[in-house]
Design a protein around this ligand. Structure first.
Ligand code: SAM
Length: 345
């Protein structure tokens, strides 16, 4: 309005965005939501501070910020004591035992991604990932750097695992995949998407192809032997022969790599694929006119800080698929974080 001082609401909000993220990270990592879940009743500041081993003052500030973020409810009893409890959203997405828990994604964001983003300026200047500065590791081999310890690898696998409990059904049902009985999930990691596939397509089997130590960890910690329609194959998808399959899934794989390496991998798939077979790409798609979505644009910056790749537009993936030999390319935007592209041979 005329005469009013301009107020930079959005800029202030963006400037403080990391304070919100850190508040969420801190409440998760200290175990606030877990403690409230386990206690099965609302808790006061002193009860929570005591069980978490934290200062009462710090805990009270943290809890009140969480109330404003709608992560906690606060109710005052007749004596004036405030009791805190999880909101529905926190119970469903922030407690470890919930089947749709984002706890491990938040932990990885806090302990790994947040540290890499400290070097975003350098990443933009240099046009490359920042493992060397953030963790003191050489990133010549990307996944050697990402899996710099067994503990880091398991944390990464948990990160990969969690989102498919929320978005997995949408991507595996974006197209009718029932004609593809034999599916190979290349870089299938913890098997979360494989589980979604066998659940959506009762006639299909899925082979998870991944690096040997990932396969072993997946078998030990993520996929039960009772999941009879899921099997494993150890290998390097750039160097080794690929298993025979009707459909190859590449979920969040090409965004790790340059165009050149992506075409190399897609061409290998094309050669292993029988006519009529296909490849399903699962990625976060940028709009064709570069105007969004913001999440995909931020993920693309994250790919710069953490990988050799980038997020791409549907037309970019079509170009890579065409260069590898695939001609029939279909795009499906799910409206959630991840979209699906099906190409046939
Ligand atoms: C970003 S993760 C995606 C995991 C999974 N597809 C998902 O969406 O949850 C990349 C995966 O590719 C695997 N990978 C990386 N390089 C590989 C290679 N050369 N051969 C086989 N798998 C590889 C990693 O171990 C990891 O599981």
């Amino acid at each position: 309005m005329a005469g009013e001082e301009p107020y930079p609401r959005k800029i202030l909000q963006y400037m403080e965005g990391f304070l919100v993220s850190k508040t969420l990270f801190c409440a998760c990592e200290l175990g606030v939501f877990e403690q409230l879940h386990e206690s099965q009743r609302p808790l006061s500041v002193s009860e929570l501070a005591g069980s978490l081993g934290c200062s009462e003052d710090g805990t009270e500030r943290l809890l009140n910020a969480c109330v404003s973020l709608e992560l906690l409810n606060a109710d005052t009893d007749t004596h004036g004591t405030v009791f805190y409890s999880n909101t529905e959203m926190s119970s469903v997405f922030l407690t470890k035992s919930s089947p749709t828990s984002l706890f491990h994604s938040i932990e990885y964001s806090s302990r790994t991604i947040y540290l890499c983003w400290h070097y975003l300026n350098d990443a933009v200047r240099e046009g490359k990932n920042q493992y060397e500065k953030a963790f003191g590791v050489n990133s010549k081999d990307l996944f050697e750097a990402l899996y710099r310890s067994d503990e880091e690898m398991v944390k990464f696998m948990h990160l990969m695992n969690s989102i498919w409990n929320i978005c997995g059904r949408d991507v595996v049902t974006a197209f009718d995949l029932s004609p593809f009985r034999c599916i190979c999930d290349l870089g299938g990691c913890s098997g979360a998407l494989a589980k979604q596939c066998v659940s959506a397509y009762p006639e299909s089997t899925v082979t998870i192809f991944d690096l040997p130590k990932v396969v072993r960890t997946s078998q030990q910690h993520f996929v039960s032997p009772q999941d009879e329609r899921i099997s494993f194959c150890e290998g390097d998808f750039f160097k080794d022969e690929l298993p025979q399959a009707d459909l190859y899934i590449l979920a969040r794989i090409l965004h790790d790599w340059t165009d050149q390496r992506s075409v190399e991998l897609l061409a290998k798939i094309y050669h292993s694929c029988r006519p009529g077979g296909g490849v399903l790409l699962v990625e976060s798609l940028l709009y064709e006119d570069d105007s969004g979505p913001l999440t995909a644009q931020l993920y693309s910056l994250n790919m710069l800080v953490q990988t050799e790749g980038r997020e791409r537009k549907a037309s970019d993936y079509s170009r890579l698929l065409n260069a590898a030999g695939f001609t029939h390319v279909h795009i499906h935007n799910t409206g959630k974080i991840y979209d699906a592209i099906l190409a046939r041979k």
